[in-house]
Design a protein around this ligand. Structure first.
Ligand code: CP3
Length: 355
């Protein structure tokens, strides 16, 4: 382990590059979102959620909002995983209180029509957001870009939006002769999209496979692990040497294979995983991100404190990015988020005393 770097180094990048950080890096999935009153106000002003995603100055402001309020170590680009299929040619709408509605993909014809070559070029507004954020970001804060993993994005296209258990998408993963072509197209476009984000200035990327836990191990290897591996290697082939965080939510013990097979620098752990197990089971060169239960942050108080302390006891500083096991919920009290960060910082003061 190398010596700690100068004080304006980015703890997020230090950990991902196997350097000892100056403190435990913290960021939260959905850290910009409806639990923040300033987000709700700006969203109102922008009109719709999609208008907000495609307005670089406003999206940059939303990206930076949580950093103005909290002592975080990273910003995550404000956008959505469904912008990519939208630019592949599918109608997309976010219905208030219902979530996304997207044009169906349920046949080979539907897949053939999707534009996987030009789509990344149509997302300039997102790259512009990255540039605006980079200009305003403090020197010790990292900027994370992202995309949806092919399986998770495919599940929305096959279901036409959110669904209870993605049953139709799972059936297609078993038997549809066009399913592999859909995944191939999503691999291609996601890689190109991440390359452009990196060129615009993101320093880390996260691939969200939020529904990876839906698939049995055999299908998971084929439709989660392998497509994510192809995106990671495609990025590196394109000369983008940024660390990749893979978030294969819900795969449990499958995290071991996911980490090995994909070659990601870090894995995001869902809250049901025992961090003590992960520290032993996952290859030591892989950084662990997570995994406080978002519901524990709603509860707050001594129960949250116990969860945080248990996690920090389990995961060594140099291997840990503090996060939740899934996104911050809209009903989360702001004070509890501040408490969570304070709890980690209080432990930093102890853990880093002799560094
Ligand atoms: O702060 C951040 O994390 C960055 C921005 C971000 C959003 N979505 C903003 C958003 C990121 C990284 C995402 C990823 C995303 N989008 C995922 C993967 C992560 C996960 O939560 O599992 C998925 C599955 C989506 C698709 C999506 N977007 C759904 C299903 C919904 C509706 C449900 C919900 O949580 O509102 C969205 C809407 C969405 N994406 C909002 C935000 C802030 C809420 C929009 C609003 O009403 O203002």
């Amino acid at each position: 382990m190398n010596a700690p770097l100068k004080s304006d180094s980015k703890s997020l990048l230090d950990v991902l590059n196997h350097r000892y950080p100056k403190r435990r890096p913290i960021w939260f999935m959905r850290q910009a979102g409806r639990y923040l009153p300033e987000y709700r106000a700006l969203r109102e002003k922008a009109g719709s959620f999609l208008d907000l995603c495609y307005a670089p100055e406003l999206a940059a402001e939303v990206t930076l909002q949580p950093l103005q309020r909290f002592d975080l170590d990273a910003a995550i680009l404000f956008a959505d995983i469904l912008l990519v299929p939208q630019k592949m040619g599918l109608e997309l709408e976010f219905v208030q209180n219902e979530g996304p509605k997207i044009e169906l993909v349920r046949s080979r014809e539907d897949v053939v029509r999707l534009d996987s070559v030009g789509a990344a070029g149509k997302l300039e507004a997102i790259y512009e957001t990255v540039k605006v954020v980079r200009r305003q970001l403090a020197s010790d804060v990292g900027l994370i870009g992202f995309c949806g993993a092919p399986w998770t994005v495919a599940s929305y296209l096959i279901e036409g939006g959110s669904s209870t258990d993605r049953s139709l998408a799972r059936q297609a993963a078993y038997e549809a002769e066009w399913f592999g072509l859909l995944i191939d197209k999503l691999v291609e476009v996601s890689t190109a999209y991440l390359v452009e984000q990196v060129k615009a200035g993101v320093e880390v990327v996260q691939i969200f496979d939020s529904w990876a836990g839906d698939l049995p191990a055999s299908l998971r290897r084929q439709w989660c692990d392998e497509p994510v591996r192809r995106i990671v290697s495609g990025l590196h082939d394109a000369g983008c040497d940024v660390p990749v965080i893979g978030f294969a939510r819900g795969v449990g013990a499958g995290q071991v294979e996911f980490a090995e097979h994909t070659g990601v620098a870090a894995i995001g752990l869902e809250s049901s995983i025992d961090a003590k197990w992960a520290v032993q089971a996952i290859g030591a060169n892989v950084v662990l991100q997570g995994n406080i239960d978002p519901v524990a942050v709603i509860v707050g108080g001594p129960r949250l404190e116990a969860e945080v302390n248990g996690l920090l006891d389990a995961v060594p500083v140099e291997r840990h990015i503090v996060n939740l096991g899934h996104g911050m919920r809209p009903e989360t009290p702001l004070g509890h988020v501040a408490d969570l960060i304070d709890l980690v910082r209080a432990r930093d003061a102890v853990d880093f005393v002799d560094v």
